[in-house]
Design a protein around this ligand. Structure first.
Ligand code: D9K
Length: 97
């Protein structure tokens, strides 16, 4: 899992998801998105052994992309990055299972 996380972090289209969305930059984000998630938070949870099983890890990764789809237009730069990163993850995830 940590290896897959690493591959996502260095992906060209991972830039919107590396750190928590800045709610000063996007004040409405907290109101719209009830469970923010990002790759740095997942990394910390992995290092803190917060995941009981790999499905819980996959759940948090997918939360990043469902938040992204909820908040961003499909064809916006962030929206498009979300679709690309989701496809990348699901492909790698199927290979690891
Ligand atoms: C994933 C996401 N959803 C909604 C709004 C913003 C973001 N990400 C931001 C992360 C910092 C750089 S940015 O501000 O261009 C984009």
């Amino acid at each position: 899992m940590l290896n897959l996380l690493g591959e996502m972090e260095c992906h060209e289209h991972a830039w919107p998801f590396l750190v928590p969305v800045n709610t000063k930059q996007f004040p409405q984000y907290r109101k719209v998105i009830k469970s923010p998630m990002d790759l740095s938070t997942i990394k910390r949870k992995l290092q803190d052994s917060s995941y009981k099983c790999k499905e819980e890890f996959a759940q948090d990764v997918r939360l990043i992309f469902s938040n992204c789809e909820e908040f961003n237009e499909d064809y916006s730069p962030v929206g498009r990055a979300g679709h690309t990163m989701r496809q990348f993850f699901e492909l790698k995830w199927n290979q690891t299972e």
